[in-house]
Design a protein around this ligand. Structure first.
Ligand code: MTE
Length: 315
């Protein structure tokens, strides 16, 4: 694993997780007196309680009990094939991506299609902190403090028609900014999809930051999807288009290897990848593997979406 960080972030600018939590504790203290005097686990729980007051109904509490991965880990161990297939490649090469100016088109089966300038979009929807586990299909995981807003807020604004059943997401296609697109390792641009009810779920966010900072290029600047109960590959990066559609959209990894990567891609320790087990995972920064949780630990919040479905068939 490479430990080089994006060159334009001086190390003095990087919030380490202790400083981050202290800052959070300080902010919460203004609302809930005495938080600073309490121990770190209590502070974490206070943050969880604060999060529970939001629209997700407390869905992130599991991950808030977990230790956060460091900024260094989150930004140097990445999958972003537009910049190479090695885990260290995005941190090394994603500086060629220009996240401003940037537009996101929201279109398809909606009454009010629009092209949003990214800064206009970020003014419309205030960023909230969401601490989520990310479980990669390659059996590693991290815990990441995202800054984002519910995808549902944006979708509600464009008013889906009664025909909208799925949402398709598309990454930028520009081999000049994304040199990896000159090689046919994947069909470009990268595309992903969700069923509309999954997209509207309050745990599903569009992230524009992490650790209280603007999203680094290697993590999908300026805007990426985060769906915490699905394998990481559903979390498409550097989004330029969101399209509401009638039919199940095509998704990149399903196109490449349909028997290995399904449309749903729900984290499931009981459904193995054909070439390896999904029962356990290695948390980046830890030595020993830990058990993988059904729906990545978010089953209480999202299992109802799949009631009556055979998750071996719809993997
Ligand atoms: N989005 C695009 N456009 N291209 C990619 O290669 N990789 C996916 C996902 N989103 C990918 C992408 C995979 S496999 C994972 S595990 C996550 O991004 C990794 O997100 P992270 O690097 O921020 O941890």
């Amino acid at each position: 694993m490479l430990i080089r960080r994006k060159p334009d972030i001086p190390s003095s600018e990087i919030t380490d997780e202790k400083v981050y939590w202290n800052r959070r504790a300080f902010i919460r203290a203004a609302a809930g007196a005495g938080a600073l005097a309490l121990g770190a686990p209590v502070v974490n729980r206070l943050v969880a309680a604060a999060a529970g007051g939001r629209r997700d109904g407390g869905g992130q509490q599991g991950a808030l009990e977990d230790k956060l991965n460091t900024y260094e880990e989150i930004t140097t161990y990445n999958n972003f094939y537009e910049f190479g297939t090695g885990k260290g490649d995005p941190a090394k090469y994603a500086h060629t991506l220009r996240p401003r100016p940037w537009t996101v088109e929201v279109t398809g089966e909606v009454h009010r299609p629009r092209v949003y300038d990214i800064d206009e979009l970020l003014k419309l929807f205030p960023l909230e902190e969401r601490v989520y586990r990310l479980r990669c299909v390659e059996a590693w995981s991290m815990v990441i403090p995202w800054e984002g807003f519910p995808l549902a807020s944006l979708l509600e604004r464009v008013e889906p028609t009664s025909h909208a059943r799925f949402v398709e997401f598309t990454t930028l296609y520009d081999p000049e900014q994304m040199p990896g697109q000159r090689r046919a390792v994947l069909p470009w641009p990268y595309v992903e999809g969700l069923r509309l009810d999954e997209a509207m779920h309050p745990l599903t966010i569009l992230a524009a930051g992490l650790y209280g900072k603007v999203l680094p290029n290697q993590n999908g600047a300026p805007l990426r999807l985060v769906v915490p109960w699905k394998y990481g590959f559903k979390s498409i990066k550097s989004i330029v288009r969101i399209r509401l559609v009638r039919e199940q959209p095509r998704t990149t990894w399903n196109l490449v290897a349909p028997h290995e990567y399904g449309f749903y891609a729900n984290v499931n320790p009981d459904v193995d990848h054909p070439r390896w087990s999904q029962k356990r995972e290695r948390r980046i920064g830890e030595l020993f593997k830990r058990p993988t949780l059904f729906l990545n630990g978010y089953a209480d919040q999202v299992a109802h979406l799949y009631a009556g479905m055979d998750l071996r068939k719809y993997f």
